[in-house]
Design a protein around this ligand. Structure first.
Ligand code: 6PG
Length: 236
């Protein structure tokens, strides 16, 4: 895992946008498309704003997915799709056919089945969710996507996507849909972002590497894993 520490959230967001754009241009140059799974939560929103307003970003050849979703309608403030698209600013160059949301307005079971079916169709040639890049945030309990400690989605199995019961230990306490750990680990690269002093304890647990059950510690993509922190989350 390659760790980069930045002075503050703004610097981390700038660096993350640069990283994502570089990955996009490399993937499009090599294969003509870039498959990106966005994280929910608040940490990456400034990064999305920067990307959405970058005229050089190859949106026409980018396929946008999500790592997880809350089971709420897209216009609900808790919606990862809603917040993500608002932050991106729905770039004109991004065709609507390239946006593959998790349908949070469905029941968790239906939304998970629907998303898994669409992923299996999109990645039919590869036979696995071959994302070029998965962006993840880090929860205070070490969760990534909606893989909370002890989640069934952390254990082996052949599901690509699973419904997740509403957590009771953190907000929002709504049912979710999440990529499984196996799906996340099919990605070529993962960018995990954490900012703010509140994340310093879980970041320290992750970096010490003595907590194998921490969901974030189990993320091991096909290629490289990057951890982007601001100084506050790094405990500097
Ligand atoms: C979600 C996210 C979740 C998030 C972390 C960190 O649906 O809530 O996917 O995994 O990334 O909880 O959230 P913040 O970035 O808001 O701290």
């Amino acid at each position: 895992m390659r760790v980069e520490i930045f002075a503050d959230h703004a610097a981390m967001s700038q660096a993350a946008a640069h990283f994502i754009k570089k990955a996009a241009l490399q993937a499009v140059g090599a294969r003509g498309s870039f498959c990106l799974a966005l994280a929910g939560g608040s940490t990456p929103l400034n990064t999305y704003r920067l990307l959405g307003h970058d005229p050089e970003f190859p949106w026409a050849d980018t396929q946008v997915f999500w790592g997880d979703e809350r089971c709420v309608p897209p216009d609900n403030p808790e919606s990862n799709r809603g917040a993500g698209m608002k932050a991106l600013g729905s770039p004109e160059a991004l065709p609507s056919d390239n946006i593959h949301p998790i349908r949070g307005q469905l029941s968790p079971q239906e939304a998970a089945q629907d998303y898994q079916w669409r992923l299996k169709g999109f990645f039919a040639d590869q036979g696995r969710p071959a994302f070029d890049l998965v962006i993840l945030g880090l929860g205070p309990d070490g969760h990534v996507a909606s893989l909370f400690p002890g989640s069934p989605g952390l254990s082996k199995g052949n599901a690509w996507v699973l419904p997740v019961a509403a957590p009771t230990h953190l907000e929002p306490q709504v049912p979710r849909v999440s990529l499984t750990l196996w799906s996340i680990n099919q990605a070529q690269q993962v960018l995990l972002m954490a900012g703010g002093a509140a994340k310093a304890p879980v970041v320290a647990r992750l970096r010490q590497g003595r907590d194998p059950e921490l969901p974030a510690a189990r993320v091991q993509p096909q290629g490289e894993m990057f951890l982007y922190l601001d100084r506050a989350a790094a405990g500097d």
